[in-house]
Design a protein around this ligand. Sequence first.
Ligand code: TYC
Length: 101
Amino acid sequence: MPETVTTPRVLPEIKVERPRLYKVMLVNDDFTPRGFVVMVLKAEFKMAEEQANQVMTTAHQRGVCVVAVFTKDIAETKAANATDMARRKEYPLLFTTEPEE
Ligand code: TYC
């Protein structure tokens, strides 16, 4: 008996959602030296000097600045690593994360 080959009339609907992205935010304070903030941005976020300076200056002037956007795990790890670098020097520097709209 020959096999009957059928083709589905409706293609299965495949839904792929992009992972929600999280912003790492740099928070200003009155104590952490500017040069230290720039050093942390370069070390943990692989920023060039000029960009690190711009981000630090924006946080300094406006209170907060978006550093970069990542998936949740990476954003949280980088924010924690960067904050830890400051704690080891006893600076109050803080990096936070929040979901993108
Ligand atoms: N405001 C700090 C100072 O005047 C520098 C600074 C900038 C600290 C940005 C934190 O997120 C920051 N020394």
